[in-house]
Design a protein around this ligand. Structure first.
Ligand code: NAD
Ligand code: MG
Length: 416
């Protein structure tokens, strides 16, 4: 039985993790939850899983949560109400909770950084969904993993696929650690991309893209931010950086291939030119479960893959003219230092502005590029945590300033 803490329990990753815990009660028990402001759902989760600790991102909601739990009718009230905490310190307490073995990181964005680091420092195994943490702070996270012995188990479907393929190689011991040490014999990684919401749109038509269009994903049901990242293909660019830190390959050996059916979740090429792929229906529960159960496999009654039902698997090259975000990500990853943190923060800010209809879809890459161009990283030493936090704040401001400066050109109106 593994005891798990779920960071971001009310989100897409968080709710799927809790569904897994509910479906396999012999395997998993939930000891800590963290959430933003969806108290209705959080209270249902507390009733169902009876965690020992619950942390809210913002203290302001704490009195209401406390009161609503206390007045629950006896039939719904957990035998022991959880300890309630809040704010950054509260999130970190949940992440490092002494009774948990594994922490599932389902917080979105760089907000996951400090809690993930707290979990690593406490020596917990990490089921990593919150990719932004590793992208922004790879050079900070990797040495911490080494120090604490905490293991990073990828929950992102592509990285889970690579991780699963690596288990079958003679270098499994190294691969299992996922500490960014190059895996001998691993020649190349091919990350598959569904193509996102606009894969069937002509490049010209993107000028008409609305928030509603960008938040409808053809294959995966996910949170809003990552769905927009999939529509710009920045998600794939971010995943290239994530793969670099997880598996230690140079950027030239990490490729993107568009695979609209999302059946092959990624591939590895080995020294003897053999290519291994991991397949399954596009369902995030599979990679989440593997990160939770590793190194074991849990028997599930889930729908089994039937390739004759799928019919065709097709592949094509990504279009970097239509989707400039991928090249911005490669460039930031290759630059290294604090550049990936700037790319990540600028992207978070740009997506947030797009979701508020303050900028147009086509301006997302433009404002990110401007932030990266204006950032002068200091390569004299590896970035520290404070450097990452400083550039994260700087990049968000830089994006807002850029939007302000060009507001006449880049509002929605200019495209109508
Ligand atoms: P989501 O928006 O559905 O959920 C985010 C969760 O984080 C919610 O519980 C929310 O309350 C909490 N949260 C938001 N802002 C917070 C803050 N500032 N402080 C603390 N908590 C905060 O997001 P999601 O789609 O579940 O994605 C979560 C992470 O997993 C992201 O990093 C994403 O890239 C990654 N991921 C998601 C999927 C997926 O299928 N959803 C797939 C691969 C990777
Ligand atoms: Mg992914």
């Amino acid at each position: 039985m593994k005891a798990i803490s779920v960071l971001g329990s009310t989100g897409s990753i968080g709710t799927q993790t809790l569904e897994i815990a509910q479906e396999f009660p012999e395997e998993f028990t939930v000891v800590a939850l963290t959430a933003g402001k969806n108290l209705d759902l959080l209270i249902e989760q507390i009733k169902q899983h009876e965690p020992e600790l619950v942390a809210l991102a913002d203290e302001i909601h704490l009195p209401e949560l406390k009161e609503r739990l206390e007045i629950l009718p006896p039939k719904d009230k957990p035998k022991n109400l959880p300890q309630l905490v809040a704010g950054n310190e509260g999130l970190q307490t949940a992440a490092a909770w002494s009774n948990s073995d594994l922490v599932v990181t389902g917080i979105v964005g760089c907000a996951g950084l400090l809690p993930t680091l707290a979990a690593i420092k406490a020596g917990k195994d990490i089921a990593l969904a919150n990719k932004e943490t590793l992208i922004a702070a790879g050079p900070v996270v990797l040495p911490e993993l080494k120090r604490s012995g905490s293991r990073l188990l990828p929950a992102d479907s592509e990285h889970s696929a690579i991780f699963q393929c690596l288990q079958g190689t003679p270098w499994a011991e190294n691969a299992r650690l996922s500490t960014g040490i190059p895996t001998p014999g691993l020649r190349n990684i091919q990350l598959t991309a569904s193509g996102g919401a606009f894969r069937d749109w002509g490049a010209e038509d993107l000028k008409n893209a609305t928030v509603k269009d960008a938040t409808s994903h053809p294959n995966w049901s996910m949170g809003k931010k990552i769905t927009v990242d999939s529509a710009t293909l920045m998600n794939k660019g971010l995943e290239v950086i994530e793969a670099h830190y997880l598996f230690g390959l140079d950027y030239d050996n990490i490729e993107i291939v568009v695979h609209p059916q999302s059946i092959i979740h990624s591939m590895i090429e080995l020294a003897d030119s053999s290519v291994l792929a991991q397949m399954g229906w596009p369902d995030m529960k599979l990679p989440i479960l593997y990160a939770m159960s590793w190194p074991e496999r849990v028997e599930t009654p889930w729908k089994r893959l039937n390739l004759s039902e799928v019919g065709q698997l097709t592949f094509n090259k990504p279009n970097t003219t239509k989707y400039p975000c991928m090249e911005l990500a490669y460039a930031a990853g290759k630059a290294g230092g604090t550049m990936p943190a700037v790319l990540n923060a600028a992207n978070e800010e740009a997506v947030a502005l797009f979701l508020k209809e303050k900028i147009h879809f086509l301006n997302i890459p433009k404002v990110i590029e401007a932030a990266c161009e204006n950032h002068k990283p200091d390569f004299s030493s590896s970035p520290k945590l404070d450097d990452v936090i400083d550039v994260d704040i700087w990049a968000r401001k830089a994006v807002r300033a850029e939007v302000q400066k060009n507001s006449s050109q880049i509002t929605m109106a200019s495209y109508n």
